[in-house]
Design a binder for this molecule. Structure first.
Ligand SMILES: NC(=O)c1ccc[n+]([C@@H]2O[C@H](COP(=O)([O-])OP(=O)(O)OC[C@H]3O[C@@H](n4cnc5c(N)ncnc54)[C@H](O)[C@@H]3O)[C@@H](O)[C@H]2O)c1
Ligand SMILES: CC(C)[C@H](C(=O)O)[C@@H](O)C(=O)O
Length: 557
């Protein structure tokens, strides 16, 4: 089978950029070489100060075109004193143009500990820093960065300069949706802290209103609070865990707050970032419907001119950016996790079984390349273990065939029907055990399924006993969260009804349990086998009455 090819543009940039990118590139090459179905094609282009020196501009047409055609971009860092704030052409302009041209409106910057062993390096006391897990979701192509501006010395008012901070409803809606998707990807979902300056700025009042409405209307299960940016910046140093979850904020505030929170885990050199043109991919690359989410991935630090050229920069932030690239743009979550695991092992101290490697920013003397070598070594071992594991049946058949060239083709026997039923029931138990968490994730307290013989809910087939063929005359099932007042009852509670007794029992249970939101499967299009059919919906309504039906939430199965 032909390998699926992903095109990755690499922009090493300036200062320590090329040094840290070289290590992340080796990591991606390792993943590509070990994969039997994916090939990562990496192409390097000039971007930033190095492009200013060669071509007079930071972002050439050729580089822009390559980025537009790529599945994802890996960047190092750009800028430096050579092209400082007073320079005619600044590399930073190239980065802003690239973000705008690619529509990279969602900047995701996690701040957490890649290894618990780094706690001592935090500028905060360990008790305050331990457990910090903040993901800043920063709007990246609006606000003061891209509003109209006037420089000093330009008429009409030559003594003045200004920038304007503008936001539209749709710009706030789309970044709020990305924050919500990221919050929902965690289990349980993360709270969202929206940060603004609504007590002063008009654009912040719009931000607060639209973020609130979008979350209330589209993601009512998520928790939202609002913080003013000045107080949020105090909380980040005084009690950062209070902001654990997703910080949703506009471009300029996000630039500042993400730098502030990023130093908590010990060094700027540790943290990755992603800039996306849409919500991160949740599908796997092997699924038929998979589509890449274009994105640019870079460490959160700059070009660190003070240490450039010495081979001592910390490459971890860039290596973790490569992991984010695999996960968010290419749908390759498994190798992404393997990279994160290898990084943790490299950083974990020796007394807990890690390698304890440290670059100078973390008080050590290991070089950039030492860290890359070790990450690659551990990653290779993991990927090799997977390869052997998956090819074991194939290998043993090949060996068998060689030992007995005349032997008939080997075949597998199925287990007995009783053993098959035991296996199927074990799978069923695993599925049902996940349901309470799924209910919590989607913010419902219960899930009610009612059905008749010959009008079965499709979900039925995945939760029934292996030896059951169809629901009885009427079968009603009520799933609940284990943390509810129904703890002690089986989950699900199930009634097989031939006498009509189910309804009083169900009403009694609901009265004791008092769920606020009850999910019910219905499907208007697939009358039978797609959830409740019309007659059963009416029966439910008649038996439960309006007050309970108002608490139901119709979900299409
Ligand atoms: N996205 C980007 O490319 C980006 C981001 C921020 C700054 N910059 C640019 O980078 C240049 C330098 O900016 P700055 O000095 O304010 O910030 P910086 O992040 O480059 O450096 C700040 C401090 O952190 C240290 N540091 C940063 N990354 C490190 C790493 N991987 N390992 C070890 N130590 C590391 C540096 O040595 C320096 O002491 C400026 O031109 C700025 O505009 C670029
Ligand atoms: C280099 C600069 C333009 C950039 C920004 O301000 O967005 C940087 O600080 C960042 O956070 O990536």
């Amino acid at each position: 089978m032909a390998k699926k090819t992903f095109r990755i543009v690499v922009l090493p940039g300036d200062g320590i950029g090329p040094e840290v990118v070289a290590e992340a590139v080796r990591v991606l090459e390792t993943v590509s070489a070990a994969s039997s179905d994916v090939e990562l094609k990496l192409e390097t282009y000039d971007f930033g100060g190095c492009a200013v020196d060669k071509y007079g501009i930071a972002l050439t047409e050729e580089t822009l075109q390559a980025c537009q055609q790529a599945d994802a971009i890996l960047m190092g860092a750009i800028g430096g004193p050579k092209w400082g704030v007073n320079a005619k052409v600044r590399p930073e302009q190239g980065l802003l143009s690239l973000r705008k041209a690619l529509g990279l409106y969602a900047n995701i910057r996690p701040a957490n500990f890649a290894s618990e062993s780094l706690l001592a390096h935090s500028p905060l006391k360990p008790a305050i820093a331990q457990g910090v897990n903040i993901i800043v979701v920063r709007e990246l192509i609006g606000g003061a960065y891209f509003g109209t501006r006037k420089e000093l010395g330009v008429s009409p008012d030559e003594d003045a300069a200004w920038d304007t901070m503008t936001y539209s409803v749709s710009e706030v809606q789309r970044i709020t949706r990305v924050a919500a998707q990221i919050a929902l990807a965690a289990d349980p979902p993360l709270p969202i802290h929206s940060v603004d300056k609504a007590n002063v700025l008009a654009s912040s009042r719009l931000w607060r209103k639209v973020a609130t409405e979008t979350l209330q209307n589209e993601y009512p299960q998520l928790k939202l609070d609002h913080q003013l940016v000045d107080s949020a910046s105090m909380i980040i140093v005084a009690n950062p865990k209070k902001l654990n979850g997703v910080i949703l904020t506009e471009n300029l505030f996000g630039d500042i707050l993400s730098d502030e929170s990023s130093v908590i885990p010990g060094s700027l050199g540790l943290l990755p970032s992603a800039s996306l043109a849409g919500a991160p991919s949740v599908a796997n690359y092997a699924e038929l419907t998979f589509k890449t989410t274009p994105g640019l991935y870079e460490p959160i630090h700059g070009s660190a001119p003070d240490i450039a050229g010495q081979g001592i920069a910390n490459p971890i932030g860039t290596i973790l950016s490569a992991a984010m690239l695999l996960r968010y743009s290419l749908g390759m979550d498994k190798p992404a996790k393997a990279i994160e695991e290898a990084v943790r092992k490299v950083l974990d101290s020796r007394d807990i079984g890690g390698e304890g490697l440290r670059t100078a920013d973390l008080g050590g003397s290991h070089k950039t390349k030492d860290i890359g070598d070790k990450v690659v070594e551990i990653l290779k071992a993991t990927l090799m273990r997977w390869l052997v594991f998956w090819s074991l049946p194939f290998l043993s058949l090949t060996v068998l065939a060689q030992l007995h060239p005349e032997a008939p083709a080997p075949y597998y026997t199925l287990p007995s029907l009783r053993e098959q039923a035991e296996i199927l029931d074990r799978w069923r138990d695993e599925r049902v055990a996940r349901i309470p968490d799924i209910l919590k994730k989607y913010g419902v307290d219960a899930w009610l399924m009612s059905q008749r013989e010959h009008a079965e809910d499709t979900i039925w087939w995945s939760i029934k006993d292996a030896t059951e063929f169809a629901p009885h005359r009427r079968t009603v099932v009520l799933f609940h969260t284990n943390s509810s007042s129904l703890t002690g009852h089986p989950n699900p509670i199930r009634w097989v009804d031939n006498t009509g007794q189910v309804w009083p029992e169900l009403r009694a249970i609901l009265r004791t349990y008092q769920p606020d939101r009850i999910a019910v499967n219905t499907d208007r299009n697939i009358a039978f086998a797609g959830g409740l059919h019309v007659g059963e919906w009416d029966a439910l309504h008649e038996q439960l009455g309006d007050s309970w039906m108002e608490k139901t939430l119709r979900t299409s199965s």
